[in-house]
Ligand binder design. Structure first.
Ligand code: SF4
Length: 429
């Protein structure tokens, strides 16, 4: 069959989409060319905010209209949470965040003989990790490997624990095998993803931690470098930094989930650290990975956040000297405790605070770029256009050099100047 696939949301969803594409291709199915009519449409949905849910419904409808003869199948966090709404948007096959293999099989059945299927389990009853193939569909330079699923942190703004369920981890041996297989395919970077990778291993015999699995993966990753997905700051310890640095394989870029730089707000969010601890973690990372880029997520305008609270957040983000930030105005998510909290900020307040944080972020990003001038950064080249090749440095900055034919190579680049949001340099051979 010919399929069209669309993904909303985070890197875990991207990974699961890639894995489904690999499964589809293994079973002889092909991606429909632009303009070609598809037999099946897959929408891998997201529920992280109410807006993500709206976009998921919109995508289901739009792809349904564009492919009127196709069977529409949906999976992911939104359909896990609101299967009936997904069905009303036009989906015939409705699955959630578990059993992707079963989802593909149901889709095949529906394309062959019609019918509708809905399979939504209780994610809190899942005990097995659904192992899917790692990798990337043809044409990409970096591969994704999901090592963990589920979250039981119950941050008050987040719906994800209700869509992904309890903690499950990919066993270390399986992670090693997948890594060796991907390395042999010639990828140059492996991105480790999960819903909450800091909790890796709590469900496994002997309770290995994130450090153990990353070191095991590093030993099998051949010519690939390793990039870590979003981290809870609590996982960063001296041992974590020392052992990861010793592998020589881990990219000098760490994305930390900060969310607020005000202790009162962090408490209301049910985050498990305070600003003092967070700052210590950034210092440890910089000690063991000199010159590393540290990025973060921040929510502006959380319920109850006062002007004073937000002013402390702004001062704190300056102190952390992030290389970049993902800033989100707080978005109400029905079903979460924060949605029921008093002191909801107006849209205008959230937008203004997000813009203020963004202004500081832009200054800090520029500072980080300036600090890179004159330094040599290893760059994985991904694209080529008009005689310039571009890719990401290990510190996660876009770097361009004059040249051709560099795609999928990691080359040391001496940085000469800032170029837009990124850097420009010359190859060191
Ligand atoms: S750690 Fe918090 S924000 Fe992240 S998935 Fe779990 S509950 Fe959501």
């Amino acid at each position: 069959m010919k399929y069209v696939i669309s993904t909303l949301g985070c890197k875990v969803n991207q990974y699961e989409t890639q894995a489904m594409e690999l499964l589809l291709q293994e079973r002889g199915h092909q991606s429909a060319e632009p303009g070609e009519s598809a037999d099946a449409v897959i929408v891998n949905t997201c529920a992280v905010t109410a807006e993500s849910g709206r976009k998921s419904r919109q995508m289901i409808r739009r792809l349904g209209e564009e492919n009127p003869d196709a069977v529409i199948g949906v999976c992911g966090c939104y359909s896990q949470l609101s299967p009936e709404e997904a069905r009303q948007s036009g989906a015939k096959i409705v699955f959630g965040t578990g059993d992707h293999k079963g989802f593909i099989a149901a889709l095949e059945r529906a394309v062959l003989s019609g019918g509708e299927e809905k399979e939504i389990d209780d994610p809190f009853r899942r005990t097995e990790y659904e192992q899917l193939p790692a990798g990337a569909v043809a044409g990409r330079t970096r591969a994704l490997l999901k090592i963990q699923d589920g979250c039981v942190n119950f941050c008050t703004y987040c719906i994800i624990p209700y869509t992904r369920g309890r903690l499950r981890s990919l066993p270390i041996k399986a992670a090693e095998e997948e890594t060796a297989r991907i390395a042999a395919e010639g990828y140059r970077e492996l991105v480790l993803t999960g819903i909450e990778i800091a909790s890796y291993g709590v469900d496994l015999p002997g309770k290995p931690g994130l450090t153990d699995v990353v070191c095991a993966i590093a030993a099998k990753c051949g010519g690939m470098r390793i990039r870590l997905g979003s981290l809870e700051p609590t996982v960063i310890t001296e041992e974590f930094c020392r052992r990861l640095a010793e592998t020589g394989k881990v990219c000098r870029h760490f994305h930390l989930s900060l969310q607020s730089g005000c202790d009162r707000t962090l408490k209301a969010m049910n985050r498990k650290y305070d600003t003092e601890e967070f700052l210590k973690k950034t210092r440890l990372l910089r000690q063991y990975f000199p010159g590393c880029g540290i990025t973060c997520d921040l929510i502006a305008g959380f319920p109850g956040e006062t002007e004073e609270d937000f002013t402390s957040t702004l001062a704190f983000i300056r102190e952390c000297a992030f290389s970049d930030m993902h800033i989100f105005p707080y978005s109400r998510r029905p079903g979460t405790p924060a949605d029921r909290m008093p002191g909801q900020c107006t849209h205008a307040v959230k937008a203004r605070r997000a813009a203020e944080a963004q202004k500081i972020c832009t200054e800090m990003h520029k500072m980080f770029l300036e600090q890179s001038i004159g330094k040599t950064l290893p760059v994985l080249f991904e694209t080529e256009e008009n005689g310039m090749c571009t890719g990401h440095s290990d510190t996660y900055v876009l770097v361009s050099v004059p040249g051709t034919g560099l795609r999928n190579q990691v080359i040391n680049v001496r940085i000469t100047e800032i170029c837009g949001e990124g850097l420009k340099g010359e190859m060191e051979r």
